[in-house]
Ligand binder design. Structure first.
Ligand SMILES: [Zn+2]
Length: 444
C-alpha cells in the first residue's frame, strides 16, 4: 500500500534545480568549516557528565540555518519540513534538541519510544540459548571460516586489507541459512487442509490461545478450492520466542527474528524501523568499525541504497534501535534527499533529535562512564560517516551536471557503501522492474 502511494507522488527525476543544489553545496561547505572549528575543542574537553544530550554530535549553532530556497513549482508558503530539499537535520546543520510541545510531536516521540523496546527483548539468556539451539552453528562457523580465508587470500594478493572480518562472515552465513532454509515468507498462507492457495478475508479477532502467544492481529483466509472452503488463520506474532516456532511471516517477522539470531551469535545488532512500512537489521562490523545494513528478507548485505536507488522508494525516517539507544540513520539509506526523500513532517527536527537523545539517555543511564564515553565516540564517528554520504551524493550530483569526460565518478569510488552501481545498472543486474518485490508491499 505504501508502495502505491510512493509511486503516485514521485516527481519527475528532474524535479530539482541547480540553484537548490548550489545552495546545498554551500551549506555543506559551511558545515565542514564548522566541523573543523569544533574538532580541536571536542577532543580536548573532557566533559565530566558524559550524557548523550550535552555531548551531542551536533555543534552548538553560531548562526541559524538560512531558510531553504523556494523550489520550482511548489508553493513558497510551505514551511521547511514540507520542502523537497534536504531537511536541516540531514544536512548536518546544527540544530538544538527540543522536547515535544504539540500533540503531533508528542505522538511521534511516543511512537519512537514504543519502537525502541523491540531490541531490548533480545536480551534474555533463555531466549538466546533457545535461539542457539536451532542455529546450525558448526556449519555456519565453517562457512564463515572458509569465506574469511578466501577474503584474506584475495587481500594478500593485492597487498590490502580483507573487506570483511570473520565475525562479518558469520553473519553473512547466518543470513544465507536464515533466508535459504529457516524462515519462510508468507503472503497468503496455503490451505492447511488441501494446500491450495487461499483468498484474504480481512482481519479476525485473536483466539485466547493466539493472544496468549502474543498475537495482537490475526488475518483470515479462505481456501480457493470450492470443495474445501476451509479457513486459514495467520496470526501476526511480534514475540521472538513465538517466531522461533512459527518461522514464517513478512518483513516484520523476518527482521525481528533475524535481528535476535544475530544477537544470539554474539553480534551487536540494531533493529531498523522505516516510517514507510519496512524494517530491517543493522549489524556492527568490528572489522570495518561501522554499522552494516542487512535485510534478511532480501538476503541483502551492505546494500543501504537498495530501497531508494534499487526499488525507487521514497523514505522519510529510518531510525535504528538497539540496547544502546537510537540513531536517525536516514542518511545511510537516502543519499539524495531531493530525489528519494519523503517529507519529514511528523515532528520538527529539533523534536526528532530530542527524542533520539532521550531514548539514548534512558538506555545508557545505568551504564559505566567508560561505556557511555565509548558510545558517544561511536555516535560521533557515525555522524561523520553519515555526513560523508551527504557530501558524496552532492559531489556526484554536481559531477553529473558537468560536461561528460571532465571528471571521474567520485561517489562510486570514495565511500564504503558505494559498491552498487547507479540505479539502472543495479536494476538490470537484478533483473527486475522499478519496484521492490510484491511481497514487501504487504507491509509489516
Ligand atoms: Zn483447502
Amino acid at each position: 500500500m505504501a508502495d502505491g502511494r510512493h509511486r503516485a507522488n514521485q516527481p519527475a527525476p528532474n524535479g530539482y534545480d541547480a540553484s537548490s543544489l548550489t545552495n546545498e553545496f554551500e551549506q555543506l561547505m559551511r558545515t565542514k568549516r564548522l566541523n573543523r572549528l569544533h574538532e580541536p575543542s571536542r577532543s580536548h574537553s573532557n566533559s565530566p557528565s558524559p550524557s548523550p544530550m550535552s555531548s551531542s554530535a551536533f555543534p552548538p549553532p553560531p548562526t541559524r540555518a538560512p531558510p531553504p530556497p523556494p523550489s520550482l513549482g511548489t508553493p513558497v508558503a510551505a514551511p521547511s519540513p514540507k520542502s523537497s530539499t534536504t531537511p536541516t537535520a540531514l544536512r548536518g546543520l546544527p540544530i538544538m534538541p527540543s522536547p515535544p510541545q504539540d500533540p503531533a510531536s508528542l505522538k511521534f516521540y511516543n511512537l519512537l519510544k514504543g519502537l525502541s523496546v523491540t531490541p531490548t527483548k533480545y536480551e534474555n539468556p533463555g531466549l538466546l540459548d533457545e535461539a542457539l539451539s536451532v542455529i546450525p552453528l558448526d556449519r555456519l562457523y565453517s562457512e564463515a571460516e572458509e569465506e574469511s580465508q578466501i577474503m584474506q587470500a584475495q587481500a594478500a594478493s593485492v597487498g590490502g586489507k580483507p573487506e570483511w572480518g570473520y565475525q562479518d562472515c558469520v553473519i553473512r552465513a547466518l543470513l544465507r541459512w536464515f533466508k535459504g532454509s529457516f524462515f519462510q515468507f508468507v503472503n497468503n498462507p496455503p490451505c492447511s487442509r488441501c494446500h491450495m492457495p487461499t483468498i484474504a478475508q480481512g482481519m479476525t479477532p485473536p483466539t485466547p490461545d493466539e493472544t496468549a502467544r502474543g498475537a495482537t492481529r490475526v488475518e483470515l483466509y479462505r481456501c480457493s478450492d470450492t470443495s474445501c472452503t476451509a479457513h486459514e488463520r495467520f496470526p501476526r506474532y511480534s514475540d521472538v520466542w513465538q517466531l522461533l516456532q512459527t518461522r514464517r511471516g513478512r518483513a516484520g517477522e523476518w527482521a525481528n527474528c533475524f535481528s535476535m539470531l544475530c544477537r544470539a551469535v554474539g553480534a551487536r545488532v540494531r533493529w531498523v524501523w522505516n516510517s514507510e512500512d519496512h524494517v530491517w537489521t543493522e549489524v556492527y562490523s568490528e572489522h570495518q568499525r561501522r554499522w552494516v545494513h542487512v535485510d534478511s528478507c532480501e538476503g541483502a548485505w551492505d546494500q543501504p541504497r537498495l530501497y531508494t536507488e534499487g526499488w525507487q522508494r521514497k523514505l522519510s525516517y529510518c531510525v535504528a534501535f538497539s540496547i544502546d539507544g537510537a540513531t536517525d540513520v536516514t542518511r545511510r539509506y537516502v543519499r539524495n534527499f531531493s530525489r528519494h526523500g519523503n517529507p519529514r513532517n511528523r515532528a520538527p527536527e529539533e523534536v526528532v533529535l530530542w527524542s533520539i537523545h532521550e531514548i539514548r539517555r534512558k538506555r545508557r543511564e545505568n551504564m559505566s562512564k567508560t561505556d557511555q564515553r565509548r558510545l558517544i565516540k561511536e555516535d560521533e564517528r557515525e555522524e561523520k560517516e553519515l555526513r560523508c554520504y551527504m557530501a558524496s551524493a552532492l559531489a556526484a550530483e554536481i559531477n553529473n551536471m558537468l560536461p561528460q569526460g571532465l571528471t571521474g565518478r567520485p561517489e562510486d569510488q570514495k565511500h564504503p557503501g558505494a559498491r552498487q552501481e547507479a540505479s539502472t545498472e543495479w536494476l538490470a543486474a537484478r533483473g527486475h522492474g522499478n519496484s521492490g518485490p510484491d511481497r514487501s508491499r504487504e507491509g509489516r
